[in-house]
Design a protein around this ligand. Structure first.
Ligand code: ATP
Ligand code: MG
Length: 550
């Protein structure tokens, strides 16, 4: 698929740049702010930036955009690195925008000396008042025409910590009547007496995004700096600063932010879900974070394939979550190990089975290469309650009074009786089995249409199984009236106990399993030696698609 699709607009630009000899190789970067865990939106940006330098000569840097001292945390840094590696990408250099604070300070001095920046004493409210509107020009600050010497002196004293937070700022001197509001003397530095997770208390002035991002790109000789559409109006300032500072000309390109249906993708909102305990942490399997999806059982390949399919767009839209699940099922179907588990059990007794128990063989995976595993069979089994119908519907090929079914990898059985308790709840199904119908060596001559899964009652282990549904009830919780949290699905997690075949006691966290007919599952890190916990990653079929058709 990837080979056949046409080039996206970024690939077209890069191919032209390479063909024209503008660059011999390209450099991109992924620039997360370490103020939360990465989500699926970041995954698209990672796949895009790293994907381009896999396809074309060049490399990608990881740069922590850590210019805001108050929201950042080392925990986030480690998790971000872990997530990128798990997705299957390697960065060339690991950088921190804070490593450039000294250089950025020198750049600011250079602008002041050129008469292109000044220290302003106005408060942020006053600055906003003088800014004008898109249709009306702004007004000059009374401090706009300070001499270079005065500006150098004041900026130095800002750095030395002489002034309180917000008392002064450094602004670029561009044009207060500029049609682009961002060009009306934008802020370059603000005073913030705050501890920074890397630079400690060295600085009490911090560069604004616009004075850090493009300059960091330039320092690293980034050729194609790819960001999301909200930065389109910033491009003019990005170019202005590079031109005036006479530094390496990086170029900014914008693509549309990616959103997924039935979830939210903003670190700020995801943080609220965590702190208000709607979910159990950033890596809750219902979260659209990379760590949550990994824990849920998503594979890195399925996320990469999804990102490749949706490509890059110039206009924002919401991508259907089921497209991601489609790629997930495609991958898991090819790779997941097979096992049997009964989620809603009812007892099946084989009245004519005389042996104690026997070992049967069942396919371990999607094809021969995976080999077989041993499963114990005995007189009493657990089967799924939904596989029996007292009064069978039309085309019912599973168990019903007098009906026959094959037990997966075992024998054909016929239902003779069933027993209900005093409340009318089915508690036992009694069957006869046909010893000559053993899977793989069936000489019985019997033909049945249905095959059901089972677990030997004497050998079964009990596991906790967590079944997930969408975290939100509506497609676009952020686009609805009121608070996005009003649209949380109260039934997004269902916890049950299931009977699992004994081979699953050796399940390992990296492995993915298909519980036959029940979906794809993986071991959750909450598992202990006493109690295994499995997450359902996804059902075998798209239940939501069916609902829509009904
Ligand atoms: P959030 O609003 O969730 O905090 P952000 O854009 O502020 O997102 P950053 O850490 O600053 O998060 O982003 C790192 C990179 O990931 C940026 O290049 C940003 O454009 C990109 N990115 C973030 N969210 C998305 C998204 N939904 N779709 C595509 N790219 C995204
Ligand atoms: Mg941000």
């Amino acid at each position: 698929m990837s080979e056949e699709r046409s080039l996206n607009f970024l690939e077209e630009i890069i191919e032209k740049d390479l063909a024209d000899g503008k660059y011999k190789s390209i450099v991109t970067r992924f620039p997360p702010e370490p103020n939360g865990y990465l989500h699926m939106g970041h995954a698209t940006s990672i796949c895009l930036n790293f994907g381009l330098t896999k396809k074309y000569p060049g490399y990608t840097n990881l740069r922590f955009d850590d210019t805001n001292p108050v929201t950042e945390d080392i925990e986030y840094v480690e998790n971000i690195k872990n997530d990128i590696k798990w997705l299957g990408f390697e960065w060339k250099n690991e950088h921190y925008a804070s490593d450039y604070f000294e250089t950025l300070y020198d750049y600011a001095i250079a602008l002041i000396k050129k008469g292109l920046a000044y220290v302003d004493d106005l408060s942020s409210e006053e600055i906003a008042q003088l800014k004008g509107t898109p249709t009306e020009p702004g007004k000059d600050s009374p401090f706009r025409n300070r001499s270079v010497e005065e500006n150098l002196d004041l900026f130095e004293r800002m750095k030395q910590g002489e002034f309180a937070d917000g008392a002064r700022t450094l602004r670029a001197k561009i044009d207060m009547a500029h049609p682009n509001m961002l060009m009306r003397d934008p802020l370059l530095y603000r005073i913030k007496h705050a501890h920074h997770h890397r630079t400690g208390d060295t600085w009490c002035i911090y560069p604004m995004y616009d004075f850090a991002h493009g300059q960091s790109d330039s320092i690293e000789h980034i050729t194609h700096s790819i960001c999301t559409l909200e930065f389109v109006p910033h491009r003019e300032l990005y170019d202005w600063l590079i031109e005036k500072l006479e530094i390496y000309p990086s170029h900014q390109y914008e693509f549309a932010r990616r959103n997924l249906s039935y979830t939210v993708m903003s670190k700020r909102k995801l943080l609220q879900l965590v702190t208000d305990k709607y979910v159990n942490g950033w890596d809750d399997p219902r979260m659209p974070t990379i760590s949550g999806m990994r824990r849920r059982g998503f594979t890195a390949a399925s996320i990469r394939n999804f990102c490749e399919t949706i490509g890059v767009a110039k206009r924002e839209n919401i991508v259907d979550f089921s497209l991601l699940e489609f790629h997930l099922r495609e991958d898991l179907n090819k790779t997941a190990l097979r096992a049997m588990a009964v989620l809603d059990p009812v007892k099946l007794v084989i009245t004519n089975y005389t042996g104690g128990s026997e070992d049967l063989q069942s396919e371990n995976g999607p094809d021969e290469a995976y080999g077989h595993r041993t499963i114990p069979f005995s007189k009493e089994l657990w089967i799924e309650r939904e596989d029996f119908m007292e009064v069978p519907a039309k085309k019912w090929f599973r168990l019903a009074p007098g009906a026959m079914v094959r037990l997966k990898s075992a024998y054909i059985v016929r239902c003779d009786h069933f027993i209900k308790d005093e409340n009318g709840i089915l508690i036992e199904i009694q069957c006869t089995y046909f010893p000559e119908s053993k899977s793989g060596q069936d000489t019985s001559g019997l033909h049945v249409k249905g095959t059901i899964h089972w677990v030997s009652a004497a050998h079964a282990a009990i596991a906790e199984v967590r079944l997930y549904d969408r975290l939100f009830k509506v497609e676009d919780p952020s686009g609805e009236e009121g608070d996005f949290k009003d649209y949380i699905n109260p039934n997004s997690l269902q916890v049950i106990n299931a009977f699992i075949e004994p081979s699953l006691l050796l399940a390992s966290p990296e492995k993915r399993y298909q519980f036959l007919r029940k979906g794809y599952f993986c071991l959750d890190p909450d598992s202990t030696e006493k109690k295994l916990v499995f997450n359902r990653t996804v059902t075998l079929k798209d239940a939501w698609a069916k609902e829509v058709k009904k």
